[in-house]
Ligand binder design. Structure first.
Ligand SMILES: [Mg+2]
Length: 193
């Protein structure tokens, strides 16, 4: 049996990269604070202070409400291009490894995982591995696609090629940056040795 060349593994974040986390959270925050949606700016930074989230514990309450009462992980729209370009990469022989840090509400893991896999299937996102991990560098991907500023910096600090998926929370992060899934695709191809 001939041995296959190992595949290039692409570590793909979900929230803010495949799923429109900030778009859906804006709607839920408007409900949570009982404020009209149009009062909440689209331009938001990490921590969502522009929407009235004052500290970490309030963020956690809002997040818990979103996940447990509004099925956040199941109801986010897909970021355009995610399905098309991940399928293209998968068909071209890359291994798609989804990496997400979604299990941070204790005793709610079954629902968080279920919402996640249902979302992935119903949006036709191809993947071979699904990792629920905070320490993303531990999963051993060759290329990462990530939007959270802290995670991008951590991964790059370890010498890992990390594409920053651009949104309003990471404007201060340097290149490589992708403004769309088409750009992610082009960067992955250009990175091939
Ligand atoms: Mg993210």
């Amino acid at each position: 049996m001939k041995s296959e060349k190992p595949k290039t593994v692409i570590g793909v974040d979900l929230d803010g990269v495949c799923a429109d986390f900030y778009g859906r959270m804006r709607e839920i925050a408007s409900e949570w604070f009982e404020r009209p949606l149009e009062e909440l700016p689209h331009e938001v930074s990490w921590g969502m202070s522009e929407w009235g989230v004052s500290d970490k514990s309030q963020y956690e309450s809002l997040h818990r409400f979103a996940v447990t009462q509004r099925e956040l992980f199941k109801t986010m729209p897909m970021i355009p291009g995610a399905r098309k370009y991940l399928r293209l990469l998968s068909d071209e022989g890359y291994r798609i490894r989804i990496i997400t840090h979604r299990l941070f509400i204790h005793y709610f893991h079954a629902s968080a995982v279920q919402q996640t896999v249902e979302w992935l299937d119903s949006h036709g996102i191809p993947y071979w591995d699904l990792c629920f991990m905070k320490e993303k560098e531990e999963v051993g991907a060759d290329i990462y696609v990530e939007d959270t500023p802290y995670n991008v910096l951590q991964l790059r600090e370890r010498g890992l090629y990390t594409i920053c998926f651009a949104n309003t929370t990471n404007r201060h992060i340097g290149s490589p940056r992708a403004a769309s899934w088409q750009e992610v695709y082009e960067m992955v191809k250009a990175n091939q040795r």
